[in-house]
Write a protein that binds this ligand. Structure first.
Ligand SMILES: C[S@@+](CC[C@H](N)C(=O)[O-])C[C@H]1O[C@@H](n2cnc3c(N)ncnc32)[C@H](O)[C@@H]1O
Length: 395
């Protein structure tokens, strides 16, 4: 088919209409382009297709920096073919669309760029082929693209490439500040000689077993397999946005929900000081062990190993709240419990505009107001974006 495509939809594809009226989600196209497409899958209501020939290119089309990007190739990036400025515009449009449609909330969204735009992914899970070669999945496929490099991988993350991982299912590489740790799933027959710490099937077989770094003047240790923000600038960008949005004062009590290894808890702990308090809640016991180490010099910071539940939230009386849930968001029940609290301010950090918009509606229905909403391009070349929203309760 030859189609002229419209705006981008969540997922990064452009939307078009087939002659029979069905919606077509076209990957590898840009808004306004006329393209020849090959259909990859079809259902009764919509089709998925790849633009395989660009008949009228967008002025914002660029040559993808990665030779493995393109129709039928690596599925890791959505927008290598879009200029950096267009990527920011497309992300802003996606966020605005979710806010308007799902949260029924209008906000003039501007996405702030974050350098670097390439070689930023500090964590990549490499899948391993039956012959032991690491690769990346093609889009919506179990098939692997056996790449020899990755244009968005940070230095160190490509360590597993070029080695035989026969017997392993996957190798996750986490690399920051010249330290690399590999977490291997499955049983590699022979462990390749790599310059990295290695954890196999949960057992540390070679050190280091984690990465040490400093953010905002505080030190952090992140063990292999624990959550850490993926872009090398993300921890600093997000914690600055949270601190400037909440303006914590000495003596205040703070709750950090979905706290990971204690990034926000530690920095907010430094801001409220010994006369204040921080309660960090995290469901993963091993992340809590890291968080306890990262805040060991701040006895006013308490780490609670627990799921974030409505009853736990209802038992809290904080002056400030930060929450940074996984992609699924906090959910309606936890959001309702939070909206019943009366902190001075709440910062919601989100990597998914759709689930964030759903949760935001709960706060708006409870008469909370949006004091600020910032969007950061922490995932260049992809459709993903990170939001930091500060909300104030009704007075
Ligand atoms: C997006 S990460 C944020 C971590 C931290 N704020 C940071 O910036 O490094 C989300 C964290 O929530 C934790 N988590 C996921 N579901 C949870 C739940 N229902 N209750 C508590 N923690 C949860 C995960 O283990 C992960 O550490």
């Amino acid at each position: 088919m030859i189609l002229t495509v419209g705006a981008v939809a969540a997922g990064g594809s452009c939307v078009a209409r087939a002659d029979d009226g069905r919606v077509v989600f076209v990957r590898h196209a840009l808004p306004g382009e006329t393209v020849r497409v090959e259909v990859r899958s079809s259902g009764s209501r919509f089709l998925r297709a790849d633009a395989v020939e660009i008949l009228t290119p967008s002025p914002d089309r660029v040559v993808p920096p990665c030779p493995f990007a393109g129709p039928g190739r690596c599925g890791g990036c959505d927008w290598q073919h879009a200029s950096p400025s267009l990527q920011l515009e497309l992300k802003a449009a996606l966020v605005s669309e979710q806010l308007t449609r799902v949260a029924r909330f209008a906000w003039d969204v501007a996405v702030e760029p974050v350098e670097p735009l390439l070689h930023w992914r500090t964590r990549v899970q490499w899948a391993v082929s039956s012959s032991g070669t690491p690769g990346l999945h093609r889009h919506r496929s179990r098939d692997l693209e056996l790449v020899s490099s990755c244009a968005i991988a940070a230095p160190g993350v490509e360590t597993p490439l070029g080695h035989d991982w026969s017997g392993a299912r996957s190798v996750e590489a986490f690399a920051l500040e010249e330290q690399t740790v590999l977490t291997v799933e499955g049983r590699p027959r022979v462990l390749p000689a790599v310059d990295a710490g290695v954890v196999v099937a949960g057992q540390a077989v070679r050190g280091p077993h984690g990465v040490r770094l400093s953010v905002g003047g505080r030190s952090f240790e992140v063990s292999a397999g624990r959550f850490w923000q993926v872009h090398p600038a993300a921890a600093s960008v997000l914690s600055s946005a949270v601190l400037s949005g909440l303006e914590p004062r000495p003596g205040e009590s703070v709750v950090d929900l979905y706290a990971g290894v204690g990034l926000f808890a530690s920095l907010l702990g430094a801001a409220v000081g010994p006369s204040g308090s921080v309660t960090a809640v995290e469901g993963d016991a091993r992340a809590c062990a890291d968080a306890a180490r990262n805040t060991a010099d701040q006895p006013w910071v308490t780490i609670r190993t627990s799921l974030v539940t409505p009853s736990l939230v209802s038992s809290l009386r904080p002056s400030l709240v930060v929450l940074d849930p996984p992609r699924a968001g906090a959910g309606l029940e936890v959001s309702s419990a939070l909206a019943s609290l009366r902190p001075r301010a709440l910062a919601y950090v989100s990597c998914d505009p759709a689930t964030f918009a759903r949760d935001l509606r709960v706060f708006l229905d409870a008469a909370w107001t949006v004091a600020s909403l910032r969007a950061f391009d922490l995932y260049p070349q992809t459709e993903h974006v990170e939001l930091v929203t500060v909300l104030h309760p009704p007075t």
